[in-house]
Design a protein around this ligand. Structure first.
Ligand code: ADP
Ligand code: ASP
Ligand code: MG
Length: 781
């Protein structure tokens, strides 16, 4: 049986509803024997630190106020999550503890680490009690009974024994993060942000298989995603880079998190408790993922030069101030970057060996593959100069470049730096589904097109899929001979296989290009989005799916900064979706879109002149390959109805398919039954059609099959069906097989904007998909 450790940070426990969300994750993902490591709720540790500072300053009033604040916050959580005896018990214990804190402060007997430990103790106790009310056999552990340190060193054997005997297979174990005991039984902490470390320590002691760090972002990004919307989530980050980021003060993982994992196969992932479905970042062993680019910021640090720095001294200093201290050497000199609030303590501890060389500095570090660091260092320097940032000190090492300045690197500046330094040199993995007529041409065009795009972006086709088989190669498929690779290497697959292969891809960006006509494939879109794939579809099903599903997909895409292009689902390569988006983005208001959006129906109506019967034309079109295998698919008008719905949704209308009125281009009697029945009774189609032609002629008009979407005040007309049009009009003069879109808007009122041309065909459709791919790359650059 596999054993897992899940760690929930303060950001995942900041309110009663967040506890409930965490409990749901535990209910769905954990089983007996798993451990849950918790941090203090929200910013509780910060509040406790303030309490400690007030105590040190002898400010009894402030101590009292903060105690009241803590009491209010904790009792609110307890009362919202528990009832009756369970609530009363926890509230009473909380009261006792806070009373003890107040009197210890009054008697000058408060102990810093013991005070800070309360945050984690409260979280573990409350979460365990809440899980019990949900019927989960949860046990609550104070990590001071599990982890002991002697003179700052973990007592490995003792700890392992303690953990192995505590963590049985019958319960879910809720364990406090951040805290431990020394050999005298006094509380010690593992440093700010240290619960991540508690989780990996516990995992190593109990030989767990995996650790999940649940936080408020979906994983490890190229930069702080809360500051830069275009930050890239990396599916895999290697331990060395994660560790370096932590040492540079990045909060996403604590600096010691990775040390217990050394020489183990324990899997570590970072994932979001706000979005448990989203694909996580896996922190993998060296060599199991390529090095990535990151930019991380530093705030309010002092630069301290140290003489005769001893081995282990930085670790001791970090322990003393509870924060990680970054250090580096330049020539014979060693520098420390100390959070400014603690410089005094550090300098004091170093007893005359420390010199302050810069105070209250901010800055940033660019972490990158070692062969890119020098060039990024130079680019960053120039960029900072053009942004009028005065660099006070800088340092270049093998894996990163560091810049210190007096100015704050705010979100806007960070976005610029990220855009110029990080977004370059990335790879896009392309998965192509559907290798029919259009798909094959698309793949054939890919070779040349990718070579062209390669100048700005590294693109690799990693997957080719047919309905039952796939060819998948994470490092890229050679397109010049994909057919023979297909013969030798294509394998049958399930949905789970496909998603697993996509999940393993170590690329900055991924796109699934759907050139199938499969409804069931379109139903995988939410899974692709959860796996951080952009989407390009020629397939119409997702765009015309029920509105709830469609809206959920859209918001999921938006949350993850992913794009969905589907230009070829209407009018093949014709730029209709571009035109509609462009008009609306430029402030125009579209009032009507009318046209013929079916190549087959366009061909049939334009070709008909009475010299052949309508059903003969249908059979000809079928033989020429213009129609669906059963031409009634076209004659039903359903395909045009779908296209009109896609256009309507592009105009912001929340319609469903059945909101669009539909009348077919055949009598109802022919719609049911087999194709043989249709052939036997096809004169009914001819009678139906000639009657329409006669009725149109009586009005001096001709028959066309059109779709119309019209907004006039509050009235909306959306219909697809037979229309009688003026003989000289654009709709009537259509070249057989062409599509036409007639757009009327505020600016194109009397003289409409017309887009016309081939609306089907493998070359133009494949080219339209390339246009979507090109567009996507422009956005990612
Ligand atoms: P927790 O309370 O779960 O321990 P932390 O606040 O310690 O969470 O760490 C998560 C925060 O790290 C995120 O909210 C995010 O703002 C910040 N962060 C900074 N850089 C990154 C990055 N490169 N990737 C992900 N998150 C980052
Ligand atoms: N609660 C502690 C802190 O805020 C530990 C942690 O969150 O990991 O630093
Ligand atoms: Mg944290």
């Amino acid at each position: 049986m596999t054993k897992a450790v899940h760690k929930f940070g303060g950001s995942s426990l900041s309110s009663a509803s967040r506890y409930q969300a965490v409990a749901n994750i535990i209910l769905s993902q954990c089983s007996a024997g798993d451990s849950i490591v918790v941090s203090a709720a929200g910013k509780t540790t910060n509040t406790l630190v303030k309490l400690w500072q007030s105590h040190v300053q002898g400010d009894a009033q402030a101590v009292n106020d903060i105690v009241l604040q803590l009491q209010a916050q904790q009792s609110q959580l307890i009362s919202e999550l528990l009832q009756g005896e369970a609530a009363r018990e926890l509230l009473a214990t909380l009261d006792d503890e806070l009373r003890t804190v107040t009197s210890a402060s009054q008697q000058a007997q408060l102990h810093e680490a013991t005070l800070l430990a309360h945050g984690e103790v409260w979280s573990a106790r409350l979460l365990a009690a809440y899980l019990n009310t949900l019927g989960v056999q949860a046990r609550n552990w104070d990590a001071r009974t599990l982890f002991t340190l002697h003179q700052g060193q973990l007592l490995e054997q003792k700890n392992q024994q303690a953990c192995l005997s505590a963590i049985d297979g019958e319960h879910i174990h809720v364990v406090t993060g951040f805290i431990a005991a020394d050999s005298e039984g006094q509380t010690v902490t593992l440093g700010r942000n240290g619960s991540d470390y508690s989780a990996t320590l516990l995992a190593s002691y109990i030989r767990a298989d995996a650790v999940s760090i649940w936080t408020d972002t979906q994983g490890v990004f190229s930069t702080d995603p809360r500051k830069v919307a275009s930050a890239i989530k990396y599916p895999k980050v290697c331990r060395g880079q994660a560790n370096l980021l932590a040492r540079l003060g990045n909060p996403v993982l604590h600096a010691k998190t990775l040390s217990p994992l050394k020489n183990t196969a324990i899997k570590l992932v970072v994932r979001s408790s706000y979005d448990p479905e989203a694909s996580p970042t896996e922190v993998v062993k060296e060599g199991y993922s390529k090095a990535k680019r990151f930019i991380t910021t530093l705030e309010n640090c002092d630069l301290v030069r140290v003489e005769q720095l001893q081995a282990g001294e930085v670790r001791e200093l970090s322990q003393l101030i509870q924060h990680s201290i970054h250090h580096f050497s330049q020539g014979a000199e060693v520098f420390l970057l100390v959070p400014a609030a603690f410089t005094h303590q550090v300098v004091h501890q170093l007893q005359g060996r420390a010199n302050l060389v810069g105070s209250n500095l901010n800055g940033c570090a660019v972490v990158a593959p070692s062969n890119e660091v020098t060039s990024l260092y130079q680019q960053a320097r120039q960029l900072l100069e053009t942004q009028e940032v005065v660099v006070r000190a800088s340092h270049i090492a093998q894996e990163y470049a560091l810049f210190l300045t007096d100015q704050l690197i705010d979100a806007d500046l960070l976005a610029v730096l990220h855009d110029r330094l990080i977004t370059k040199g990335q790879e896009l993995a392309v998965i192509i589904a559907g290798l029919g007529n259009v798909g094959e041409v698309f793949v054939a065009q890919c070779q040349e097109q990718i070579a062209h795009l390669q100048q700005s972006f590294d693109i690799k086709v990693v997957g080719l899929l047919r309905s039952n088989q796939m060819l998948f190669a994470a490092s890229g498929i050679t397109l010049s001979n994909w057919q023979s690779q297909w013969q030798n290497e294509a394998v049958s697959y399930t949905k789970a296989d496909l998603l697993a292969r996509i999940g393993e891809l170590d690329y900055e960006h991924k796109v699934v290009i759907d050139i199938t006509a499969s409804e069931s494939f379109s139903q995988l879109y939410p899974d692709f989005v959860s796996a951080d794939c952009h989407l390009i579809s020629a397939n119409k099903y997702a765009g015309t799916a029920p509105n709830d599903w469609y809206q959920q997909l859209r918001s999921k895409l938006q949350e993850r900064n992913l794009y969905w292009r589907y230009n070829t689902s209407v009018g093949a390569g014709l730029p209709i979706n571009f035109a509609l988006a462009d008009l609306q983005n430029s402030g125009d208001k579209i009032v009507e879109v009318e046209g013929v959006f079916s190549g087959t129906l366009s061909w049939l109506c334009s070709r008909y002149d009475g010299s052949e019967t309508f059903s003969e034309l249908v059979l000809q079109a079928q033989q020429l390959g213009y129609t669906e295998p059963d031409p009634r698919e076209d004659l039903s008008g359903r395909d045009m109805q779908r296209k009109l719905l896609i256009l309507a949704r592009d105009l912001g209308l929340t319609l469903d398919l059945d909101d669009i009125e539909l009348s077919p281009l055949m009598p109802d009697s022919l719609a049911a039954g087999s194709w043989q029945d249709f052939l036997a009774n096809r004169t009914e189609l001819d009678t139906f059609y000639t009657a329409q032609v006669a009725a149109a002629a009586a009005q001096g008009k001709v028959v066309r099959y059109t779709g119309i979407l019209q907004q006039s005040g509050a009235t909306l007309t959306a219909k697809v069906g037979i229309a009688f049009v003026e003989p000289g009009s654009a709709l009537a003069n259509l070249t057989p097989g062409d599509n036409i879109f007639v757009i009327r808007s505020q600016w194109y009122q009397n003289n409409p904007l017309v887009i016309q041309g081939p609306g089907a065909g493998k070359e133009v459709t494949a080219a339209g998909i390339h246009s979507d791919l090109y567009w996507l790359i422009q956005q990612l650059k």
